[in-house]
Design a protein. Structure first.
Length: 473
């Protein structure tokens, strides 16, 4: 018997499509259920891992707090990308010998952080610590600060500490110049290594004294650091003993005077600048001077120690003011030496060296094998300027001078207007004519082009002045 054939309508396209749809829905239900089960299990696993990690972190935190573990990772305290202040501050407060600030693929946004003694903080490469927007309303709020602490090391090769300078200049903030990136007051044995410090509302680094305390910072090392675009100074040195600044770049300071790359400026007669060495640094494109040494407050040798500042193998380039300035060293000021050795000063708008109101009775100012290239403005400012003038309301030296140039060279390739051709070394100020010049020694060789070279008589009254300024052969 032949099999019965089904009606043609049983295999109509509509029916076949309906069957396929039902089968597809069944498959979706099966796979959907499986996907939901997988998702639930995945979420449970993540929660379990997070819970386990949290438990692990709590265990590690307890080990740090009990002293069993000497190295802490700041993220153990719960990294918050919106505000990581508590996380980082709690890690520091444990007293761990080393705190690691790990790279989180997000910035560490913080309010002011207080540093602690006997601790190394390591910022991993790529880490950016940023001041929190809308915070730092206090005029002395700093990103990181320490007062009366010791044995602090900050290491951050490839890491950046950054503030919000532009915000602090807005009407939303009280006008101030003390919102530092790093501020150390009366601290001992501090090392700052490899960090890039940017955009503060004050100084990149501040070294001074704690309020009311008569203790200077001591034993400070700043190495391989970049200070960029700070409001007042790249570095301010107020009171310190035994300071080394090495292989650093101090640049683009602008916003409020002095706007220097670095400023040595004690605030009162009892502060000190002892054994300060700056070596192999580049100081460039600052609105103010490259290096500013302002000593008006060190007017009593009996209250401070002899000055010791050595700047060697440094490049000062592109300052909109003078390259190097030493100002207001009084007759009664401390003894000692301020020396620039093997330095190059170039492309400054004001004099390459401005030596103003220094006294032959106090610390010596020395330049050894230094070179000036195209410093000052043709016909307006000389490459090297010695000034002695009255300063209203301030003590001024009665024995101006105390300067030595050893094997120095001025290269002046700018065209000098014939009618205003300046000497490579010029003097000015009423006190030079009033009191004369004292104890200025050494030799400067001058290489000049168009406009020729003029040699100025330093003063009508000279006492022990043997400086020779001669053209290159």
């Amino acid at each position: 018997m032949m099999a019965r054939r089904l009606p043609q309508s049983s295999f109509s396209p509509l029916r076949r499509q309906a069957v396929m749809n039902r089968r597809f829905c069944l498959l979706c239900m099966v796979f959907g259920c499986a996907a939901l089960v997988w998702l639930e299990r995945s979420i449970e696993a993540q929660i379990k891992r997070a819970s386990t990690a949290s438990l692990d972190h709590q265990k590690l935190i307890k080990e740090v707090e009990s002293g069993q573990r000497s190295v802490a990772n700041a993220q153990w305290w719960g990294f918050d990308p919106e505000d990581a202040t508590e996380c980082l501050q709690q890690a520091i407060n444990t007293g761990a010998k080393k705190v690691i600030v790990p790279y989180m693929n997000k910035e560490w946004i913080v309010r002011p952080i207080q540093l602690a003694s006997n601790q190394t903080i390591v910022f991993e490469p790529g880490v950016i610590v940023t001041s929190k927007k809308g915070a730092f309303k206090g005029v002395h709020d700093c990103l990181f600060s320490a007062s009366l602490q010791e044995n602090i090391t900050l290491v951050g090769y490839g890491a950046t500490l950054r503030m919000r300078k532009q915000d602090y200049q807005s009407p939303d903030y009280l006008n101030a110049e003390w919102r530092m990136t790093l501020a150390f007051r009366s601290c001992d044995n501090v090392k700052i290594l490899g960090l890039a410090l940017r955009d503060s509302g004050g100084d990149g680094i501040y070294l001074g004294r704690s309020g009311g305390k008569r203790v200077s910072c001591r034993n400070i090392i700043i190495k391989d650091v970049v200070c960029d675009n700070h409001l007042r100074q790249g570095i301010s040195v107020i009171s310190v003993e035994n300071l080394l600044i090495e292989n650093c770049r101090l640049m683009n300071t602008n916003g409020t005077p002095p706007s220097a790359g670095i400023d040595f400026e004690p605030n009162d007669a009892s502060e000190r600048l002892v054994d300060c060495v700056m070596r192999n640094c580049v100081i460039e494109n600052n609105i103010g001077p490259g290096i500013h040494v302002y000593l008006n407050h060190l007017s009593d040798a009996g209250k401070t120690k002899p000055i010791g500042i050595l700047v060697e193998n440094c490049l000062i380039n592109g300052s909109q003011a003078h390259g190097v300035g030493i100002t207001n060293l009084m007759d009664t000021g401390p003894s000692g030496v301020i020396e620039f050795r093997n330095c190059v000063i170039q492309n400054t708008r004001a004099p390459g060296a401005l030596i103003s109101n220094t006294s032959s009775k106090a610390a010596r100012v020395r330049f050894v094998n230094c070179k000036w290239y195209n410093t000052g403005q043709p016909g307006r400012t000389a490459p090297i300027s010695i000034v002695a003038e009255e300063d209203e309301g301030k003590q001024v030296p009665r024995f101006p001078g105390g300067i030595e140039f050893v094997d120095c060279h001025v290269y002046q390739q700018q065209v000098q207007p014939v009618e205003r051709n300046l000497a490579p070394v010029s003097t000015s100020g009423e006190n030079i004519e009033k009191y004369g010049l004292y104890e200025i020694h050494g030799n400067i060789t001058v290489t000049g082009l168009a406009g020729g070279i003029t040699f100025q008589k330093l003063a009508s009254k000279l006492s022990e002045v043997t400086l020779q300024v001669v053209p290159a052969k």
